[in-house]
Design a protein around this ligand. Structure first.
Ligand code: PEP
Length: 252
């Protein structure tokens, strides 16, 4: 049985005071003993204060991006060790905005995933097709390529979470139907079985992301291969994020 994970990607939102209000609002409603993992990925300037805000709670902290090198002349970048120093346990790698707005390639993402895992953190590796890919019938081919160019047996499955985020559903209010999402998640799990093995693939958590809201979270997470959610917009509102966390518990 895979424990569900609800992850919030704050993107480039929240100032310090707002972030404190959000975390307090989530903690107020969070059942510490509930069988669900919770991850928050604030922007980098908030990592240190948020680590303090979530200390001794079940909320884990993640970064939204990282540089693949350990140190050096990389102006504006942050290394895995620096993230670890803030109290992070997870890092998003390959979010569609990193791929499509910042031009990150599979080659680069393969280095980032390895840096994260070798540095002792967990990579949340994001994959997903564009609308153009889907309409051209290329969804599974794109997914396979995104898996094959980055994941291999040298990436410890114990430090890996996969997030399926169809690009056309991110921030658009359009969600994949539970059946559409399940079909791709089952495909991803089968592909992960060929990278690792069937038993390992069964244990790997595959999150769905793309306009997850309190109203659609239960039906998405009720699907057998959907093990939680990567939430953008709705994670910025404490009531919505906690409602999605509750949905993960009722969906099982
Ligand atoms: C995301 O940023 O990963 C995301 C899924 O955003 P949203 O929930 O707003 O679509």
């Amino acid at each position: 049985m895979r424990k569900p994970l609800i992850a919030g990607n704050w993107k480039m939102h929240k100032m310090l005071a707002e972030a404190r209000t959000l975390v307090t609002g989530v903690l107020d409603k969070l059942d510490e003993s509930a069988d669900v993992d919770v991850l928050m990925c604030p922007p980098v300037q908030l990592l240190f204060p948020m680590a303090k805000a979530v200390a001794n709670t079940k909320i884990m902290l993640g970064a939204q991006n990282v540089h693949e090198e350990a140190s050096g002349a990389y102006t504006g970048e942050v290394s895995v060790a620096m993230l670890k120093d803030t109290g992070c346990s997870h890092v998003l790698v390959g979010h569609s905005e990193r791929r499509h707005v910042f031009g990150e390639t599979g080659d680069r993402l393969a280095k980032k995933v390895r840096a994260v895992v070798q540095g002792g953190l967990t990579a949340v590796y994001c994959i997903g097709e564009t609308l153009e890919d889907r309409e051209a019938g290329r969804t599974t081919a794109v997914i396979d390529q995104q898996i094959d160019e980055v994941l291999a047996s040298d990436v410890s499955a114990d430090q890996l979470i996969v997030a399926y985020e169809p690009v056309w559903a991110i921030g658009t209010g359009k969600t994949a139907s539970p059946e559409q999402a399940q079909e791709v998640h089952a495909h991803i799990r089968a592909r992960l079985a060929s990278v690792y093995d069937a038993a390992t693939a069964e244990k790997l958590r595959i999150l769905y992301g793309g306009s997850v809201k309190p109203g659609n979270a239960t039906s998405l997470m009720a699907q057998p291969d959907i093990d939680g959610a990567l939430v953008g917009g709705a994670c910025l509102v404490a009531e919505d994020f906690t409602a999605i966390i509750s949905a993960a518990l009722t969906a099982v």
